[in-house]
Design a protein around this ligand. Structure first.
Ligand SMILES: [Fe+2]
Length: 327
């Protein structure tokens, strides 16, 4: 079957009525789908983690957890949120559809089922699932590339992961909406991906860099942006990659942006990047204590190097020992 997942697509039918499940199975037989069943919400969640279905057909009214609750758990979980859900409803009410869309349901089909409509929608959503899988795959390649960069240098091990955690914690402290937290989390992992193009001899040099070597290092934000730019899903992260070395007083690179002209996520990333660099051992110096690192950054903030509001929030975070780093 063209454009469908290579193995038989897995469809999970969730309905408390075995009769309804049987009807759906009949409608979908002859299509080489691998059908799985669950009779309630808990069983559905269990099956989803076991089989990683390509599509879920989900009843609304079930004893215990209802369809909306199941859908919202699936759509809030990073590893299952892209599985398409078709909600099966006897209710025509607009309110239920709205509620379904709000929790991330992809499509609705009313009972009694129109056989042709049901088959067509299942097929369309499975097609969409294939495209999403391909995109996810491309993204995974980029993310593992970013981890490869880190692996090139034993001194920076775990750096991206820590930046990802610290920046998203800082974003939460600044009351950022969920979308921004996602940008920070992913930006932390990807910010230095451009270093893939920088020679190891420069990245791992012990002792100070020459001006020429530093000019080469300074190209990594632009290279990183170029690597990630073709993927539409990474577009929101590009400004963080491009500008994480800008400084609030305009003394940073690559664009020499100043103050609030520096994208907010990049300002955050710059602060946590510097903090992490100071508090971990590098090829050219040992790790500093937390107090020493903060006092250096505090005096730099007074001189205008870091966004003072964000830095204040960062200090709060450190004092509350919320940083994963301090575990
Ligand atoms: Fe960097």
């Amino acid at each position: 079957m063209q454009n469908l997942p290579q193995n038989n697509p897995k469809i999970l039918i969730v309905d408390d009525s075995p009769d309804n499940i049987y009807t759906l199975e009949q409608i979908l037989e002859d299509f080489n789908y691998e059908i799985h069943k669950a009779l309630n919400g808990n069983e559905a969640l269990q099956k989803i983690s076991e089989i990683d279905p390509d599509l879920i057909l989900l009843d609304v009214v079930m004893p215990g957890m209802n369809g909306f609750q199941v859908a919202s758990i699936v759509k809030e979980n990073e590893s299952t949120r892209l599985i398409p859900i078709i909600m099966l409803t006897a209710l025509e009410g607009k309110e239920d559809r709205l509620k379904g869309y709000q929790v991330g349901v992809d499509d609705f089909i009313s009972k009694p089922f129109n056989i042709f409509e049901l088959r067509a929608r299942v097929r369309n959503l499975l097609k969409l699932r294939t495209y999403v899988n391909e995109l996810e795959h491309a993204e995974q390649i980029i993310f593992s590339l970013a981890r490869t960069v880190e692996a090139k240098d034993k001194y920076t091990e775990g750096h991206s992961e820590r930046l990802s955690k610290m920046s998203s914690l800082l974003g939460s402290r600044l009351n950022f909406p969920k979308e921004d937290i996602v940008i920070l989390r992913r930006g932390g992992i990807l910010h230095d991906i451009g270093k893939i193009a920088i020679q190891d001899s420069i990245l791992q040099k012990e002792g100070p860099l020459t001006d020429e070597e530093f000019d080469i290092i300074k190209t990594h934000p632009e290279i990183g942006e170029r690597i990630c730019a073709p993927l539409k899903s990474l577009k929101p992260i590009l400004p963080t990659i491009m500008h994480h070395h800008e400084k609030f007083d305009g003394s940073g690179y690559p664009a020499g942006l100043k103050g609030e002209d520096i994208p907010i996520h990049a300002r955050i990333m710059g602060i946590v990047d510097c903090f992490d660099a100071l508090t971990t051992t590098r090829s050219y110096r040992p790790a500093m204590t937390l107090e020493k690192a903060l006092s250096i950054m505090d005096s730099e903030t007074s001189k205008g190097k870091w966004d003072p509001i964000i830095f204040d929030k960062f200090i709060e975070l450190v004092h509350k020992k919320e940083l994963a780093l301090l575990d």
